[in-house]
Design a protein around this ligand. Structure first.
Ligand code: 5AD
Ligand code: SF4
Length: 449
């Protein structure tokens, strides 16, 4: 065994993930790589030899957290020789110089496309005191689930495309992650087939904008449209549920709606971020659709798909948002009646066009609008849950419920959490549960015999 491997053998790595599901998937993949390379993982930062942050730049809040966590680590690093601190993910591209200025003890800054090199860079960094920065774009690699080492036995995330070419004016993704690229369909179908053989029943196809799968300039020639890919994944033996995220409302072709409506494994849920309910603000956001277009997509989806579960992202306080624009967002909520809303205060991001807009909305107004938005969204989500009471849901079991003894939880086809009493179930079982009540967004019921 080579001496570098020998040296890292007892090294324990603590890896903390910030941000979206793609980062969770990447962290999971890096964990697999580290284990393969003779590192071990620890959930305790205190007992680690290596601390890694997989970071997100989408909003300022997540970045602040990382800067403040790094600020606390200078002493930790000096206390013992050979300790390593690294930053991976979006902040590695957007702040590569500032990171080393603010935390000169940082050993490694590894951008999103370079994480395959993490084990090697840790080895090289251990004890040398030389910082390495690897932040070039090189998006040819997609993380794959190892059928012999699945994070969950019954569910998996599959990255089908990376990055985004939409250039919404508030969003940093096109700058931190580079141009959109899709993964070849054969590779996706091969991965899903092999994890289905290993027992996975549900897959979530992931990408910044899955609807434009195969359409980006850099993706030409790999064949399938997203609708076709979804159909093929839904036909793989053993796969009972297929979900996907995220869809841009501009690219909702009719064949996608048809696949959702007709392929039994494709779930009746969609995340369709609208961002705002005012045409003026949508234009300034460069979303390239109108409120009327969005509502027409929702109408078509609802007309074809029974019991559609629909969720969205909304930004309040975008520059230039006036009270009447915000009222448009509240009206849109009344029109669509979402099952869940993910709401964010606008956060200016370095290098994005919106950050240069001058008509900022004050923090107080942002807070007040966010509170009004959330109140309405919660009420509607709760009413949507109420409407499930008395119905029978097919539930894919995730495991024992945390807070309720002798009970299990899982997800309905719509993707609602369902809790039910019982004994002896395991992750991946499918049960039918009659819903009797709901608390916040969770449904409670008993097994239907
Ligand atoms: N400020 C606030 N929210 C943002 N999002 C993206 N960029 C910003 C920003 N600068 C939100 C959008 C997007 C979700 C992933 O994050 O709503 O859909
Ligand atoms: Fe960002 Fe817009 Fe692309 Fe979503 S669609 S990742 S918000 S640029």
């Amino acid at each position: 065994m080579d001496t570098l491997i020998e040296k890292t053998k007892e090294k324990k790595v603590f890896l903390e993930t910030f941000g979206c599901q793609s980062n969770v998937l990447e962290s999971d993949h890096v964990t697999g790589l580290l284990l393969k390379n003779h590192f071990s993982m620890t959930p305790n930062a205190e007992e680690a030899d290596v601390i890694l942050f997989n970071t997100c730049s989408i909003r300022e809040h997540a970045e602040h957290k990382v800067f403040s966590r790094l600020g606390q680590l200078g002493d930790w690093k000096r206390e013992k020789e050979g300790r390593v601190i690294g930053v991976m993910g979006c902040m590695a591209t957007s702040y590569k110089d500032q990171l080393l200025e603010r935390a000169p003890f940082l050993d490694m800054v590894v951008g999103p496309d370079q994480y395959l090199k993490v084990p090697q860079v840790i080895r090289e960094a251990a004890g040398t005191g030389v910082s390495q920065v690897l932040a070039d774009f090189d998006p040819v690699y997609f993380p794959e689930n190892d059928p012999n080492r699945l994070a969950q036995p019954h569910k998996a995330f599959i990255e089908i495309m990376k990055e985004c070419d939409k250039f919404c004016t508030f969003c940093v993704v096109p700058f931190t992650r580079g141009r959109e690229i899709s993964r070849p369909a054969e590779s996706i179908l091969g991965e899903v087939t092999s994890i289905a053989q290993a027992g996975v029943k549900e897959v979530m196809l992931l990408g910044q904008n899955v609807n434009s799968y195969g359409l980006g300039l850099r993706s030409k020639g790999q064949g399938a449209s997203f609708a076709e890919l979804l159909r093929q994944v839904g036909q793989i033996k053993g796969i009972e549920r297929v979900r996907f995220m995220t869809s841009h409302p501009l690219d909702m072709p009719d064949d996608l709606i048809e696949v959702m409506a007709t392929v039994p494994a494709v779930c009746n849920s969609i995340h369709l971020p609208v961002q705002c309910g005012s045409d003026k603000v949508l234009k300034r956001m460069n979303r390239k659709y109108s409120v009327a277009h969005y509502l027409e997509q929702v109408r078509k989806l609802r007309a074809s798909i029974k019991d559609l579960f629909i969720t969205t992202d909304l930004i309040v306080g975008f520059p230039g948002e006036e009270e009447k624009d915000f009222q448009g967002t509240l009206d849109l909520l009344d029109e669509v009646r979402y099952d869940a809303v993910y709401s964010f205060k606008y956060s200016p991001r370095l290098g994005t066009p919106a950050a240069r807009m001058l008509d900022h909305v004050s923090e107080e107004v942002q807070d007040e609008r966010l509170a009004r938005l959330n109140e309405k969204a919660w009420k509607q989500a709760s009413e949507a849950c109420e409407s499930r009471v008395g119905k029978v849901e097919e539930v894919l079991v995730d495991g024992p419920a945390d807070k309720t003894p002798d009970a299990y939880y899982g997800k309905s086809c719509q993707n609602r959490t369902v809790v039910f009493p019982g004994k002896g179930y395991k992750a991946g079982d499918v049960v039918r549960v009659k819903i009797e009540s709901h608390k916040v967004a969770n449904l409670y019921g008993t097994i239907e015999k």
